[in-house]
Write a protein that binds this ligand. Structure first.
Ligand code: C2O
Length: 537
């Protein structure tokens, strides 16, 4: 590999959407931010310079960061944030990964406008395991608020209520012709008849899983989360925040304009109903400007069957060259309940003295003020405890109408693993307020999604149906609403690794925890020493 240098200047800029302007935090003045290109094996150096008045940190979502946890990015987990006027050089090597990922700010709700694509090409001379596309196109899906997003969440935390939903969804920064105010604010994908395109689709939205669909065209899925899949055809994709999907699009019509739709998927209504669709245009070369656009109907927002059909079709490619290395023997069997609940909050107005909180295994995670990785590496006491439970202390029926008592306690707890431990983790939706989908993201690892089901996980019968041959490998998985998902991974990366719901509002409410993978003795088993420019808290 080679060394690639990038400079990310974090700067304010004014942006106008939906007939309203506001100042937003950006990288290099762009929304979405610049695409980071590299090849597998390259060493990437990104100098991030903070020119704004708020703290910043950048996460390279899905990059394994083998032994380089200092550069992972989540504020107060692996680093202190980059303060105004300061800079930090992220320095990592891309090992054993190729495909599409994303980078995003990892502090408060800054991710709303501070995000962009990571495109990792295979090593020079190594072909894709699918026909070489004529062109590649990055498609970043996002959300747009007319008001300041930090104000939106701060207001919600004061009131105890759910925050407002966004005012629009976006495709490469554009809502499309969804209101009179955005008629001309449309992303156009130009294609030539007969050619095949690789769409690198990224969900960078804060709080919405999204369907993606193109009128009159099928898509062939070839990769998710920078892992090759067995190719399959579909007309609808579902992608959760933090997930990526590579799809081949063959422009098999002769001409015309076709609607592209990104619309919310949410199967219950814990937060307000959000039916807003972002619209782009697929435009064949040679099509007359005034020719009508062929329309597509997005799935209804509660189209769980359509979403399941898509996710259940995902399988690892598992070829000779790209084998699925599923751990077959397990040292840690973990069962984590994930969900939302309500606790008393006398100061919350007007939520009747209560507030929404979230937890994993009855622990509502409290962000520390010293980064966990520093605390671990320098043995600073009192920052975290290692008593994160392997099972939820409060057992109850996790689905249907369970007790309203969340039984959660606040804590900065981590679960400790040894280097190279093998882990099976069942994530169970509790559905205390209502069942809801939670896209859980694990930093530092890919995992295999070996099983999934509705209702309560049964440790005796459910493992019999696990797929240990070609399960999909990824870094973010949706815990099904009112159900469970089982994942397996090998703890072959020393450090402190965040795991959280990638719906930002749930993370804010506390749906997060961290794994501590112990520094061992050998060189492969320890995190590298911290860099000298590592930000201080
Ligand atoms: Cu993409 Cu911790 O996040």
């Amino acid at each position: 590999g080679i060394v690639r240098h990038y400079k990310f200047n974090v700067v304010m800029r004014n942006a106008t959407r939906l007939c309203a302007s506001k100042p937003i935090v950006t990288v290099n003045g762009r929304f979405p931010g610049p695409t980071l290109y590299a090849r597998e094996g390259d060493n990437v150096l990104v100098k991030v310079v903070n020119h704004v008045q708020v703290n910043v940190s950048i996460h390279w979502h899905g990059i394994r960061q083998l032994r380089t946890g200092w550069y992972d990015g989540p504020a107060y987990i692996t680093q202190c944030p980059i303060q105004p006027g300061q800079s930090f050089i992220y320095n990592f090597t891309i090992t054993g990964q190729r495909g599409t990922l994303l980078w995003h700010a990892h502090i408060n709700w800054l991710r709303a406008t501070v995000h962009g694509a990571i495109v990792i090409l295979p090593k020079r001379g190594v072909p894709y395991p699918f026909p070489t596309p004529y062109k590649e196109v990055v498609v970043v899906l996002g959300e747009w608020w007319k008001s300041d997003t930090e104000a939106v969440i701060n207001e919600a935390m004061k009131s105890g209520l759910a925050p407002n939903v966004s005012d629009a969804h976006t495709i490469n920064g554009h809502p499309g012709p969804v209101t009179n105010c955005s008629r001309t604010n449309v992303f156009t994908l130009h294609v030539e008849s007969g050619k095949t395109y690789l769409l690198r689709i990224i969900n960078a939205a804060l709080n919405e899983e999204l369907f993606f669909k193109i009128a009159g065209h099928q898509l062939t899925i070839v990769e998710v989360d920078a892992v090759y899949t067995k190719p399959f055809k579909t007309d609808t994709i579902v992608v959760a925040p933090g997930q990526t999907t590579n799809a081949l699009l063959t422009a098999d019509q002769s001409s015309g304009k076709y609607m592209v739709a990104a619309s919310p998927f949410m199967d219950t209504m814990v937060v307000a109903v959000d039916n807003k669709t972002a619209i782009a245009t697929l435009h064949y070369s040679g099509t007359l400007a005034n020719s009508p656009t062929k329309l597509v109907t997005p799935p209804p927002r509660n189209a769980t069957a359509i979403a399941n059909k898509f996710t259940d079709s995902l399988k690892s490619l598992n070829s000779k060259k790209y084998p699925a290395k599923v751990p077959l023997t397990i040292n840690h069997k973990l069962y984590f309940s994930v969900g939302l609940g309500v606790i008393p909050c006398p100061t919350c107005i007007p939520a009747n003295g209560s507030r929404v909180v979230a937890d994993i295994n009855n622990v509502t995670f409290v962000m520390p003020t010293t980064a966990l990785l520093q605390a671990h590496y320098f043995n600073i006491k009192g920052v975290f405890t290692t008593d994160f439970p392997a099972n939820p202390p409060n057992t109850f029926n996790y689905t249907g109408s369970g007790p309203a008592n969340l039984g959660t306690t606040n804590g900065t707890k981590v679960y400790r693993l040894k280097y190279d431990d093998t882990v099976e983790l069942v994530l169970q939706d509790t559905g205390i307020i209502a069942p809801e989908n939670h896209p859980l993201h694990l930093h530092g690892f890919n995992f295999f999604v070996v099983g999934k089901g509705l209702g309560n996980y049964n440790p005796r019968s459910d493992p019999k149906s696990f797929n240990l041959v070609d399960p999909i490998e990824r870094n973010t998985v949706s815990v099904p609403s009112g159900g469970w998902v089982a994942i397996r991974f090998r703890a072959d990366n020393p450090g402190v690794w965040f795991m959280h719901c990638h719906l930002e509002v749930h993370t804010t409410w506390g749906l997060k925890m961290a794994f501590l993978v112990d520094n061992g003795k050998g060189p492969k088993e320890s995190v590298i020493p911290p860099p000298s420019d590592l930000p201080k808290c």
